[in-house]
Design a protein. Structure first.
Length: 240
């Protein structure tokens, strides 16, 4: 069976002539409809991109209902799309997170940033991705939230720091955990390297999916002590 991420990786390291041949034999395909794409930059065609469902309300409302800690730690939250288990958005998230396709994060982050700019939320001075623990970063090779953050920062003209926030202890996967267990799993997991870099600034936290907001809340709680002007969150998707 053809492995698209493996083909893309092979093309990166192949001589130009071989890379061109690989592109002809295995052209990039839209993760939504399978149509041929001009390049690997954006994994969706324009038609499928426009069809993805936008959330009717803010993830901030989700946190108010399910996790008061997240609602208290954040000043607002934004999600680009509704998460669709088994659907196109999940395929996008898996391609970014597990498919060894970090460039996907840059493109999707730019879409996030351009859409975020159209909201009433204040534009950030500082964009911070949710960090991975060093063991997970070593396994994956890159931080998917950091790639999204780079795209968001580029679209908004804001500074991005991938080192200010650190995950000081490994945490188990949040999948299948209850709302309260999610909070207990990540509470106290983050540390801030330089509080003075956050003081008085409008901060935008970036993650891939907003489920209860526990991970974002745990990071925001650390930032609160540094005295930022505001803390907002932006994610690629929000759970239904």
């Amino acid at each position: 069976m053809i492995n698209p991420p493996l083909i893309a990786k092979a093309a990166q390291f192949a001589p130009p002539a071989w890379a061109s041949l690989l592109g002809l034999l295995y052209p990039p395909r839209c993760l939504g409809c399978g149509a041929r794409l001009p390049d690997e930059t954006m994994p969706l065609c324009h038609r499928c991109l426009l069809r993805l469902e936008r959330p009717a309300s803010s993830p901030f409302d989700v946190s108010a209902a399910h996790l008061p800690e997240a609602h208290a730690a954040l000043d607002g939250a934004f999600a680009l799309w509704l998460f669709d288990a088994g659907g196109v958005v999940q395929r996008l998230q898996h391609a970014l997170k597990y498919g060894n396709r970090p460039h996907v994060g840059l493109a999707l982050g730019q879409v996030m940033g351009m859409t975020y700019r159209a909201t009433a939320a204040p534009l950030p001075d500082l964009v911070l991705p949710i960090p991975l623990h060093r063991t997970r970063l070593y396994e994956r090779g890159y931080n998917q939230s950091a790639m999204l953050a780079r795209g968001v920062g580029s679209a908004l003209g804001a500074m991005v720091s991938e080192t200010l926030l650190a995950r000081r202890r490994a945490t188990r996967s949040q999948t299948n955990l209850s709302h309260q267990r999610r909070w207990e799993n990540v509470a106290g997991a983050f540390a801030l390297a330089a509080p003075e870099a956050v003081a008085g600034r409008r901060v935008l936290l970036i993650d891939d999916v907003f489920t209860t907001g526990a991970t974002l809340a745990a990071a925001a709680t650390v930032l609160q002590d540094a005295g930022p002007a505001s803390i907002h969150a932006a994610t690629l998707a929000v759970a239904r």
